[in-house]
Design a protein around this ligand. Structure first.
Ligand SMILES: [Zn+2]
Ligand SMILES: [Zn+2]
Length: 140
């Protein structure tokens, strides 16, 4: 059974949604550096302030400095999903590549219900005005 993250620091993505009469919780864990395996890849930190550069277009290993372009890194991750299907009410879990497709112009993480094969779409949330931007794609 997929484990819910204990902290948002463990994930690059976490969302909780209601979709029609169903619901979805989805997250993608950070992964260790593929080069040295010593540390979790993360957004680089500003050398002066020590703050994470949330707008950075790359992930960097704090141990060896290896860096990967943001999209390439994220698409190598796995999204774990717990869901209740909006079509058939089946509750299940799935792991899919953390890759978004453009569906009707919106970046969407699409999965299929294991029982009825209906598409379950987790669309990218638009940023709410005035909401503090913490660099995550979106959050519950
Ligand atoms: Zn490394
Ligand atoms: Zn279903």
């Amino acid at each position: 059974m997929a484990k819910l993250p204990n902290s948002v620091d463990e994930v690059v993505y976490f969302t909780r949604r209601t979709i029609g009469e169903g619901k979805v919780v989805a997250w993608a864990y950070k992964q260790k550096c593929p080069k040295c395996g010593m540390a979790m890849m993360g957004k680089p930190k500003d050398s002066k302030t020590g703050k994470v550069q949330i707008r950075a277009k790359e992930y960097r290993c704090p141990s060896c400095g290896y860096s990967v372009e943001k999209k390439a890194y994220e698409e190598s991750l796995t999204a774990d999903i717990q869901y209740t299907c909006p079509s058939c009410k089946f509750s299940g879990e799935a792991s899919i590549p953390y890759k978004r497709k453009k569906i009707e112009g919106v970046d969407t993480l699409r999965m299929q219900c294991q029982k009825c094969r209906a598409n379950i779409d987790i669309t990218k949330k638009m940023k709410e005005k005035g909401k503090k931007d913490d660099g995550k794609e979106d959050e519950a």
